[in-house]
Design a protein. Structure first.
Length: 605
C-alpha cells in the first residue's frame, strides 16, 4: 500500500470496513484505561485513531507519542461506539483501528498548543510554520487558493491571457515610495520593485493583447496598518475596446462568481454612487452601507449663527458643517450616555477634529425648549428648525455635529458613523444590518490640490482618462475635471479600483501639464509609455483587486496577515526569517554602496 491512501479529514463512513493508510501530525494523544486514542491531523482535518493494547509493540510506541509527531498509520475503518460520534468532523462517525504504526519524525515540545486561541501575533509570526498548521490558518490559505482558481477560471472563460510583467523595473512616481534595488552592473543606478504593473499592462494593450490579467506581487514602501503589507497580491486586469460600464459589468460578474463558487454567497445588486454623493452622505469614498446612518448637510444654515465653531467652518474656504442623526441615541434608559459622548469626543480628535458638539432631542415639538445641549443657546431658531427638519430627528434622537475643513469633517464624522453603527448600541437599535453590501463608487475627481506643495496631484494615477468633454478643464479648471475612475467597495473595504486609461498622447500631455510635470520630466519618467501611445494605442481600461483583502473579508479575519502565508509585521519585518537584516561589507562594496553609519554594515562571516 502507498504511504498514504487518503487524507485524514476525508475518511468517512463511505470507507467503512476498508484498510487505509494515513499520514499526518499528532494533534493530541489520549490514554483511556489502557486504550490509546490519537487525533491525527492533516490539511483536510482530523481522524480518530485507536491503538489497542493487544499489539504490545505498537502500543508501546504509541505511548511515546507527543503533540506534533509526524506519523504514518495503517488500519481498519470502523464505526465509532454509540455516543462518541463527533458531528463537527467529516470523519466524526468513524475511527481507524490501527494495525501498523511508524513515527516518521518526532517533534520537540511546541512553543504553544495549536488549539490555543489566545496567542499573541508576535508568537504566531515568530513560529509561523507551526501557526500555519493550525486549522484556522490552513482553512484560510485553502480558501485563498480556491479564490485564485475561480478568478483564473472566470478570466480564462472570458478570453483573458495571463502575462507576466517585470519585477525589476524603473522607479516612477505612483503615489507611494518605491522599494529600490541597486544594480551591481550599472554603478549608482537602481531598479524599483513595481507598485503595480500599471504601465506594462497599458503597453500590452498597445501591443494588441486586448485581454490581459495577472495575479502578481506588488510592493509599496508605505506606512502599514491591518489591511496593508509592503508586498501584497493583486489581481491585475486590463482590456481594450470596452466602455467604462462594460468594464465594470465584466468584473462585477467576476467577483459575484468568485463569492458564489467559494463561500456560497450571492452578493446581489451593486448600486452605483458618485464620489460626490458618497462624500456628501458618508464622508468616505468607500462607504460601509451596512451602517444605516447618513450625514445631513447644514453648512448653509450655520453661516450666521453665534456659535463661532459652526459659523467659522461654514464661511471658510473648503469648510463644512454636517449633522449625524443617531435614532434612539437619547432615549430614556437605552441611549448613548454622557460618558460615551466624551469617549466619542476623544475618538474624533484622532482624525483632526477639535471637539464633538451634540444636541439631545427630548421633544421636537417644543422647538429649542425641547432640545438639550450646551450649544443650543448659540444657534438661532431658523438654524435649529432646519437641523431638525433636514435630519428628520424624532424625540429620543441624538444629533452629533462636525464643523471644520471638509476633509477633517469627512474623516472624523465618517469614522464616528462607523464607530456608532458597529457598536452594541448600533446593532441593538437597527443602525447596522449584517449583510454583504457591495457597491461601485464612480466619477472621482481627476485631481486633488496638495496645499503643502502648492500643486495638483492625481487622485488615482496620472494615466486615468477624464470624462468626455472634460479634457480642456485640465488646463483651465483642474478642480472641475471628473475622471473615468471607479472603485468596487464591499462593506466599507475597497476591494478593487481602476479606470479607463488615456490612450492619446495629446490628452496625456494635458494631464502632465495640470500636474506641472514638464515635457522633459515626463519623457525621463514615462517616455516609453508616451512613445508607445503614438502607435495607434487602442481605447483601454481595467482595474486591480486586492486578493488579500477579498480573502480577509470572506474569512472575517481581523488582518490580512491572517490570509498571507508569510506576512510582515506593522513595522515591515518578518519575525520568522528576521528580515530585513544586515549584509556584510563585501556585498555592499559589490553594489558600490557605502553606509553613512559604518557600524550598520555586518562583518563578513
Amino acid at each position: 500500500m502507498a504511504m498514504r491512501s487518503h487524507y485524514c479529514g476525508l475518511v468517512t463512513e463511505a470507507l467503512m470496513g476498508q484498510t487505509v493508510s494515513l499520514c499526518g501530525w499528532v494533534n493530541r494523544r489520549r490514554d483511556h484505561g489502557g486504550v490509546i486514542f490519537v487525533d491525527l491531523r492533516d490539511r483536510e482535518g482530523y481522524v480518530q485513531v485507536v491503538c489497542d493494547p493487544d499489539r504490545a509493540d505498537m502500543f508501546k510506541t504509541a505511548e511515546g507519542l507527543r503533540n506534533e509527531f509526524c506519523i504514518q498509520i495503517k488500519g481498519l475503518v470502523r464505526a465509532r461506539p454509540d455516543g462518541t460520534v463527533n458531528d463537527n468532523l467529516k470523519s466524526g462517525k468513524i475511527e481507524v483501528l490501527c494495525h501498523e504504526f511508524k513515527v516518521l519524525n518526532p517533534s520537540v515540545t511546541p512553543p504553544f498548543q495549536l488549539d490555543d486561541d489566545n496567542l499573541s501575533e508576535t508568537t504566531r509570526l515568530t513560529h509561523r510554520v507551526l501557526d500555519l498548521r493550525r486549522p484556522y490558518m490552513q482553512n484560510n490559505l485553502m480558501l485563498r487558493y480556491r479564490v485564485a482558481m475561480e478568478v483564473r477560471k472566470f478570466l480564462d472563460a472570458n478570453g483573458f491571457v495571463d502575462i507576466e510583467t517585470p519585477m525589476l523595473t524603473k522607479s516612477t512616481p505612483e503615489g507611494a515610495r518605491d522599494y529600490l534595488v541597486p544594480s551591481r552592473v550599472h554603478d549608482g543606478h537602481f531598479f524599483a520593485l513595481p507598485q503595480s504593473p500599471q504601465l506594462f499592462k497599458q503597453l500590452l494593450m498597445v501591443a494588441g493583447f486586448d485581454r490581459y490579467y495577472q495575479i502578481t506581487k506588488c510592493f509599496r514602501d508605505e506606512d502599514l496598518r491591518a489591511d496593508r503589507q509592503p508586498e501584497f497580491t493583486q489581481i491585475d486586469i486590463e482590456t481594450s475596446f470596452l466602455s467604462e460600464e462594460e468594464i465594470r459589468a465584466m468584473f462585477q460578474g467576476m467577483i459575484t462568481t468568485v463569492f458564489k463558487n467559494t463561500i456560497g454567497v450571492d452578493l446581489g445588486e451593486f448600486p452605483v454612487m458618485t464620489y460626490q454623493d458618497a462624500a456628501r452622505l458618508y464622508g468616505s469614498d468607500k462607504p460601509d452601507l451596512r451602517v444605516n446612518l447618513e450625514f445631513t448637510e447644514v453648512t448653509d444654515v450655520m453661516a450666521d449663527v453665534d456659535f463661532k465653531v459652526f459659523s467659522g467652518a461654514a464661511t471658510m474656504k473648503g469648510g463644512r458643517v454636517v449633522a449625524l442623526r443617531v435614532p434612539g441615541g437619547s432615549k430614556e434608559g437605552g441611549g448613548i450616555s454622557r460618558g460615551e459622548i466624551d469617549a466619542y469626543t476623544e475618538f474624533v480628535k484622532i482624525y483632526g477634529a477639535k471637539g464633538l458638539a451634540y444636541i439631545r432631542v427630548n421633544d421636537a415639538s417644543k422647538g429649542r425648549d425641547g432640545l438639550q445641549s450646551p450649544i443650543v443657546k448659540n444657534l438661532h431658531d431658523k438654524a435649529l428648525a432646519e437641523v431638525l427638519a433636514r435630519s428628520g430627528a424624532q424625540n429620543g434622537d441624538l444629533i452629533f455635529f462636525g464643523a471644520d475643513k471638509e476633509k477633517i469633517v469627512n474623516d472624523a464624522i465618517g469614522a464616528l458613523r462607523l464607530k456608532i453603527g458597529h457598536s452594541e448600541f448600533g446593532k441593538k437599535n437597527g443602525l447596522f444590518t449584517a449583510a454583504w453590501r457591495p457597491m461601485w463608487v464612480v466619477d472621482f475627481p481627476m485631481f486633488e490640490y496638495d496645499e503643502e506643495n502648492a500643486r495638483y496631484s492625481a487622485v488615482h494615477h496620472p494615466f486615468t482618462a477624464p470624462k468626455e468633454g472634460h479634457e480642456d478643464w485640465m488646463v483651465t479648471a483642474p478642480e472641475k475635471c471628473i475622471s473615468q475612475g471607479y472603485d468596487m467597495v464591499l462593506n466599507g473595504w475597497e476591494m478593487g479600483g481602476g479606470s479607463v486609461r488615456i490612450h492619446r498622447a495629446d490628452v496625456q500631455q494635458k494631464v502632465f501639464d495640470a500636474l506641472k510635470i514638464t515635457p522633459e520630466e515626463a519623457q525621463v519618467k514615462f517616455g516609453f509609455l508616451l512613445d508607445a501611445l503614438q502607435y495607434g494605442a487602442p481605447p483601454h481600461g481595467g482595474l486591480a483587486c486586492g486578493l488579500d483583502r477579498i480573502v480577509t473579508m470572506m474569512t472575517g479575519a481581523e488582518s490580512i496577515r491572517d490570509v498571507i502565508a508569510f506576512p510582515k509585521t506593522q513595522r515591515a519585518q518578518c519575525l520568522l526569517t528576521q528580515a530585513p537584516s544586515l549584509v556584510d561589507e563585501k556585498q555592499l562594496r559589490e553594489l558600490h554602496i557605502r553606509l553613512r553609519n559604518v557600524e550598520l554594515a555586518a562583518k563578513p562571516a
